[in-house]
Write a protein that binds this ligand. Structure first.
Ligand code: ADP
Ligand code: MG
Length: 627
């Protein structure tokens, strides 16, 4: 991001290094796709020269009146080699297409894998998400980044092979001399003329693509505006038309926002009066036109040179077709090569984005111990002087928290919104590490356990849980080939059976509308599914963070007491800001402003009339008279 933000192109040296590192990354994630494309490109560039060469021989043979047997032999050879070349092309293309059909997918997969593997605080960091959004946006808008790197490398290899073949077939153009009978045309034999023509050709093929590459460099210079404009585009183009916006869109005519923002300097890059349109008319347009014009001059110059030499008698008609064929390919290949080199530099900041994202290091310590599998499920958790600040925040979300609890007990964590309850759980589950202090499981710092193994100890129904737009049973089972009996049992325990009976496809009912015409669940129903999912995992710890606003106090209390019945011998942790939901717990910890201010049983805590618990209880009492 840094480079793209500065809107300055990197040095050549830097650009080449970045391109190489990018290629290495591509090779390691989709090697066969990359190799098949490069091999195909090389073959496609080289194979036409066989035809050019053989055709020239054939024309010469006709022109010089060779015997029919030689002619037939040459004709058959030409046809056979064209046939063979096309056959190989077709096979290589098939290979390339098959390997590349999933390339987009593999690129996305590469980023997603990285997301999954990075430390949670990084995955949750807005700056990291922004980096990923930038990668996506530049990929969709203008194909910048890794995909262009592959296209460009392909172009470079193809141009290089084509250049090589072109030189091989046209080098004699400069060495064959016009005989004395050519009169004034013998002037073309003069080394000064030959060198001048070669220099002119090199000059043009060098400058023409540089002009178009300069024209294209506006994309890197405008990278920031491009990103903003693209974000706006995808926001108005897709996000805003999703279900959740549809109602307000109509009531408040929100589509008008789009027009307003399109005219904005920061976001309006693509509109008809935007900066891109302006430079397309001026600088960029002129550069592109000049580049194309120079290309035509090259072709004209070389044709004149070939024709004049042929006229002077330096070579016959067969060679004319060979030279014309070779030179037209040559000019294309030199400009291709130079422009792909220019593109290496223009694309470098975008590749760098991907490289930076992919090389975010894992900083959280991950130990190797496995959590002891105890039949008696006798685990003890201890928080020892734990303090925590979220990354980038100066405020303590938890301050010097110390507490102990053992498995089998029912722990409740209560406190007002923002008092640190969810943060406590996130630390317990090692989504974040404490800023100070330590958390111990059976006396051992949880950092010393193997990460995945430690994760397997917890089932959590997060406050902001999400279900997937797949089949209901798959959501609960967590995979496609789940244990149906166990899922049904978990759903029953979570209180979802009645609703399940109303669904004609049962466990195979799709959720939401992303893929199939599935069901939309109410907040409470979704909560039950999330609980069933937690039960299915059958981990020793089961944690229920307070349900979102979707549930009223009565429904919440019902879910909690049901949860209590079904959690069996597991350690259950209940979190709520509604005290009535959790009063059945053996132990209640009261959080206030990131600290544990009280701890005890419901009755004991209520007895302390001046305490935070009693204060909260009294202020909430009006809601619970029914229960
Ligand atoms: P509770 O669950 O008790 O409502 P939280 O644990 O969610 O409270 O939040 C505790 C404090 O940490 C709050 O001040 C909240 O604003 C802050 N906080 C929560 N999540 C983040 C985050 N991802 N980044 C920064 N601050 C956060
Ligand atoms: Mg919370």
């Amino acid at each position: 991001m840094k480079k793209a933000n500065e809107n300055k192109l990197p040095s050549w040296n830097e650009a080449i290094k970045v391109n190489f590192r990018g290629l290495k990354l591509l090779f390691s994630h989709c090697g066969p796709a990359v190799i098949s494309r490069l091999v195909f490109a090389a073959w496609k560039a080289l194979s036409p020269y066989v035809t050019v060469w053989l055709s020239a021989r054939l024309i010469d043979a006709i022109a010089f009146g060779k015997d029919p047997a030689t002619l037939i032999r040459l004709a058959i050879l030409t046809l056979a080699s064209v046939f063979a070349a096309e056959l190989v092309s077709a096979l290589l293309e098939k290979w390339k297409n098959t390997e590349n059909a999933l390339r987009w997918h593999s690129l996305r997969h590469m980023y997603h894998q990285k997301f999954g593997a990075m430390d949670f605080p990084d995955a949750d960091d807005p700056a990291v998400r922004e980096k990923y959004t930038a990668i996506q946006n530049f990929m969709w808008g203008g194909n910048w980044g890794m995909n262009r790197l592959l296209n460009n490398t392909e172009k470079m290899i193809s141009s290089f092979c084509s250049l090589f073949g072109g030189i091989a077939l046209s080098v004699t153009l400069f060495t064959q001399t016009v005989p004395e009978s050519g009169g004034k045309l013998t002037l073309l034999n003069n080394p000064v003329v030959v060198i001048a023509v070669i220099l002119a050709m090199i000059g043009i093929t060098y400058f023409a693509p540089r002009l178009s590459s300069r024209a294209d460099s506006c994309w890197s210079r405008l990278a920031n505006k491009h990103l903003s404009a693209n974000k706006l585009f995808s926001y108005f183009g897709w996000d805003l038309f999703e279900d959740e916006h549809a109602q307000e869109m109509r009531i408040y005519s929100q589509e008008k926002f789009a027009e307003g923002y399109q005219k904005n300097v920061k976001f309006g890059l693509f509109c008809s009066k935007g900066e891109l349109a302006r430079i397309s008319w001026r600088e960029r347009g002129l550069l592109m036109a000049a580049g194309s014009a120079l290309g035509v001059v090259f072709t004209g110059l070389s044709y004149v040179f070939v024709c004049l030499k042929a006229l002077g008698g330096a070579f016959g008609v067969g060679m004319v077709t060979q030279y014309v064929g070779a030179i037209s390919k040559l000019s294309g290949s030199v400009s291709g090569l130079v422009s792909s080199i220019g593109e290496m530099r223009n694309n470098a900041p975008f590749i760098e984005n991907s490289l930076e994202f992919m090389s975010i290091p894992n900083k959280m310590y991950r130990g190797t111990l496995t959590v002891e599998k105890r039949r008696d499920r006798n685990y003890e958790i201890e928080f020892r002087n734990v303090s925590f600040k979220y990354p980038g925040s100066d405020a303590y979300a938890l301050k010097n928290v110390s507490m102990k609890f053992r498995v089998g007990s029912r722990l409740a964590i209560v406190g007002q919104n923002g008092s640190g309850k969810s943060t406590f759980i996130k630390l317990l589950c090692r989504l974040y590490d404490p800023t100070e202090g330590e958390i111990l499981l059976n006396g051992i710092d949880i950092r010393k356990y193997d990460y995945a193994n430690y994760m397997s100890v917890f089932s959590v129904v997060f406050q902001d849980f999400r279900l997937l737009a797949f089949k209901l049973g798959e959501n609960v089972g967590g995979c496609r080939d789940y244990d149906r009996e166990k899922v049904l049992d978990s759903l029953e325990k979570a209180g979802f059976s009645e609703r399940l009976a109303t669904l004609p496809d049962g466990l195979d009912t799709w959720l939401y509308k992303n893929f199939e015409d599935g069901v939309n669940l109410s907040g409470g129903e979704a909560q039950k599914l999330a609980i069933a999912r937690a039960l299915y995992k059958n981990a020793p710890f089961i944690i229920l963070d307070e349900p979102t606003a979707a549930l009223d106090p009565m429904a919440e209390a019902e879910i909690y007491s049901r949860f209590n019945d079904i959690s069996g011998d597991r350690t259950a942790i209940y979190i709520s800001h509604r005290l009535s939901s959790t009063r059945f717990c053996d132990e209640i910890a009261v959080f206030h402003a990131g600290e544990i201010v009280q701890q005890g049983t419901h009755a004991g805590l209520l007895a302390d009339e001046a305490g935070q618990y009693a204060r909260l209880w009294n202020s909430q009492a009006q809601y619970y008279t029914e229960s």
